[in-house]
Design a protein around this ligand. Structure first.
Ligand SMILES: *Cc1c(COP(=O)(O)O)cnc(C)c1O
Length: 360
């Protein structure tokens, strides 16, 4: 039996995509060659890659003046590349600190330049976000940085601030393509693919082309976004397997209602779990400000840690895995990415009610 996989990342992939990868792994569509053996400078790879990028553009209606490509190094490398390119000497950048991932990005940036913290959720234990209609960039800021969905804390920006002329940069690793996004509001959107888009290895980069004029031109080759933009990410060898799989996931999203369909599903799935939490008379608790609850990562607690351990164990017996909260925060977390079937979320909700009945 296939597990019900609630892991935060690497995470569940569409079974159709795994089967297609398997069917074409050894011999790619009758070409007598595996995609894993093909040159990234050859036609077989290029055709696949171009189609992947075109599907990406189409799913989010990415405007023509944006470059779209994939890099290696994970989302984490971007914590360095962004300030290396855009946080120039004598300037500063605005960072929102809303949880583990934006804090890491902000800490890395502060090693390279002048960081201005416009919001720090520390006092709330990173359970709330600033009001996007109120928070503003500071005067003369090089860019404004946020993480759209804090995968560990389970908080998600529902709307984004209007930063005017200040470029808005977002880490969307864990909610990319789970909802429509107006790309034109952002100067850059990036993320690791292993949460919502495929197997680990690739990092997607969507960047408005004119950002390259603002960059530090003195960087070494790999650090320089202009090098990657020029070759659509093929300056060096891309993570071929990951990109191939992502292309298939993107097609799968397209065939399953696009980002509107993904939003509908995410709202339903997270609704099942939040409804159980809210109707449990306090047996389950969500620490997160209800205005900013994540549809992707539902974080919750039981009355005590013994019950949480029991929850994880009994869920495992039912084939449900990945429900342990991140080691830095404890508790429980159900990740409900695009590829998680609706019925798996429904099964978890039933299990939670039953667990509450027996232990409440
Ligand atoms: C997982 C994650 C990262 C780190 O991704 P890597 O690809 O492992 O570097 C960064 N940001 C967010 C929001 C994440 O969920």
């Amino acid at each position: 039996m296939r597990k019900l996989n609630f892991a935060a990342g690497p995470s569940v992939m569409p079974i159709e995509v795994l089967e297609e990868l398997q069917a074409n792994l050894v011999d790619y569509h009758g070409k007598g060659l595996s995609m894993l053996e093909a040159s990234h400078r050859g036609g077989m790879f290029e055709e696949m890659y171009d189609e992947c990028l075109a599907t990406f553009r189409s799913l989010l209606s990415i405007p023509d003046d944006y470059d779209v490509y994939f890099l290696g190094g994970g989302a984490t490398l971007q914590f360095t590349m962004i300030p290396a390119n855009f946080l120039l000497k004598g300037t500063h950048a605005d960072y929102t600190r809303t949880g583990s991932w934006s804090n890491k990005a902000s800490d890395d940036a502060a090693k390279l330049g002048d960081v201005n913290i416009v919001f720090d959720g520390k006092d709330s234990g990173y359970t709330t976000l600033p009001d996007p209609s109120v928070i503003k960039p500071s005067e003369g800021s090089s860019y404004f940085y946020l993480c759209s969905n804090e995968t560990i804390g389970g908080i998600e920006w529902q709307d984004f601030p209007d930063t005017g002329d200040v470029p808005l940069i977002a880490d969307m690793s864990s909610d990319m393509l789970s909802r429509p996004v107006d790309v034109s509001k952002f100067a850059m959107i990036y993320g690791g693919v292993q949460k919502n888009l495929g197997p680990a290895g690739a990092t997607f980069i969507i960047m408005r082309h004119d950002m390259l004029e603002k960059r530090n031109p003195e960087l070494t080759a790999y650090m320089d976004y202009a090098k990657h933009a020029k070759d659509k990410g093929l300056y060096n060898t891309p993570p071929v397997f990951s990109v191939w799989a992502v292309g298939l996931v993107l097609k799968w999203i397209q065939n399953n209602g696009g980002v509107e369909g993904m939003l509908h599903n995410a709202t339903m799935k997270s609704g099942y779990i939040y409804d159980v939490i809210d109707s449990s008379d306090g047996f389950y608790r969500s620490p997160v400000d209800s205005r900013y609850r994540s549809r992707m990562n539902v974080v919750f607690r039981c009355p005590n840690e013994e019950l949480e351990a029991k929850f994880i164990k009994e869920a495992q017996n039912e084939g449900m895995i990945g429900l342990k909260g991140h080691r830095s925060v404890g508790g429980l977390r159900a990740s409900l990415y695009n590829a998680l079937p609706m019925e798996d979320a429904a099964s978890l909700a039933v299990f939670m009610k039953e667990f509450e009945r027996k232990n409440g």
